[in-house]
Design a protein around this ligand. Structure first.
Ligand code: PLP
Length: 320
């Protein structure tokens, strides 16, 4: 089914059309950290004895009506892979309400092998490498010039190459990749969990700042916190007619934005469906989205620099 173009989440008002007697569960993603309208969804599920699974991969710490996401549905799933607001170099967490589901999950989990050491070491290395290459000095003197040189040859490693790889991965036949989280990963996660509210507050304040300064640029559609919720803004994703062009213009001004790995699921082998008109909102969000940098370490002066560059590009007519 399609998504709501305002919230980027499931279009809950049209969900009933897609429910059949075979529907066992609904997976609702709180996309880009903004909670779905869970009350409405829960009512639909409860009336039909359908399980509700919350995908909280982007939204650890987000709240709906004052309650954390992941505490509403039968299962909440959290991802701790690299770009998330908690990262354990892979792995994740489940919140489970019903004891019978919990026991089943524990049984499945017990059958998983110990996480392979090579995989963990690779994850930790990838984490340290991205930290190293994105640290302010290395980024200015090495990573940024490298990206600019590639740009001269029309090569975009972050999005074009990596996302092609990702699309291939998503299109592979599903296979179990289960492995247990190691103690060191769990320790790293617990340390981050203890300051997740502080990180989320900073991300939220940054997003507020960006939205206040960008609100008069009519060619940019800004992300909005959904009503009744307190979202997480690890992803500040704007919509614009030509995001690839804006990405290149921003890079030339020293700002590294991301198209992100957002693929319209209906295009993937696993989900391919026969909806005649396709899913125009999902397609639009995938075609027009661009992530503007938002990081809890960014200060107002950094955010202002990004806003001023976008305003300058707008004045020059470059956002068309
Ligand atoms: C919305 C969403 N759900 C689930 C996942 C899967 O998480 P993992 O990579 O930890 O398997 C991701 C990964 O980025 C995601 O973006």
């Amino acid at each position: 089914m399609d998504v709501d173009p305002k919230t980027y989440n499931l279009d809950i008002d049209s969900i009933k059309r897609y429910i059949t007697p075979k529907t066992k569960a609904i997976i609702a993603t709180h996309l880009f950290g903004q909670p779905c309208d869970i009350d409405k969804l829960q009512k639909i599920c409860d009336e039909r004895d359908i399980r509700l699974i919350e995908d909280c991969a982007h939204s650890c710490g987000a709240e709906y009506k004052g309650k954390k996401v992941g505490s509403f549905g039968d299962i909440g799933l959290f991802s701790f892979s690299l770009p998330k607001n908690i990262t354990c170099f892979g792995g994740g967490m489940l919140t489970i309400k019903r004891p019978e589901i919990r026991d089943n999950v524990r049984k499945i989990q017990a059958s998983f092998p110990e996480g392979r050491k090579t995989k963990i070491v690779k994850g930790v290395l990838a984490g340290y490498m991205s930290h190293f290459f994105l640290s302010p000095k290395i980024f200015s003197f090495f990573s940024y010039p490298f990206l600019r040189i590639l740009d001269l040859f029309n090569v975009d490693i972050t999005d074009t190459i990596l996302n092609k790889e990702l699309e291939k991965f998503y299109n592979k036949d599903s296979e179990s990749s289960g492995g247990r989280l190691s103690n060191i990963q769990a320790k790293a996660g617990l340390l981050q969990l203890s300051r997740i509210d502080e990180v989320n507050d900073r991300l939220r304040n940054n997003a507020d700042f960006l939205s206040r300064h960008l609100k008069n640029i009519s060619r940019i559609h800004l992300p909005r916190a959904t009503a009744l919720s307190k979202g997480v803004f690890s992803y500040y994703r704007i919509l614009i007619d030509n995001p690839d062009r804006l990405k290149r213009l921003l890079l030339r001004e020293g700002v590294d934005s991301q198209r992100g790995n957002i693929i319209d699921c209906s295009k993937l082998k696993f989900f391919r469906t026969k909806e005649k008109d396709g899913y125009p909102n999902a397609e639009m969000l995938s075609n027009r989205g661009l992530e503007i940098p938002n990081n809890y370490l960014m200060k107002e002066t950094d955010l202002l620099t990004v806003c001023n560059i976008l305003k300058k590009l707008d004045r020059k007519g470059d956002l068309r």
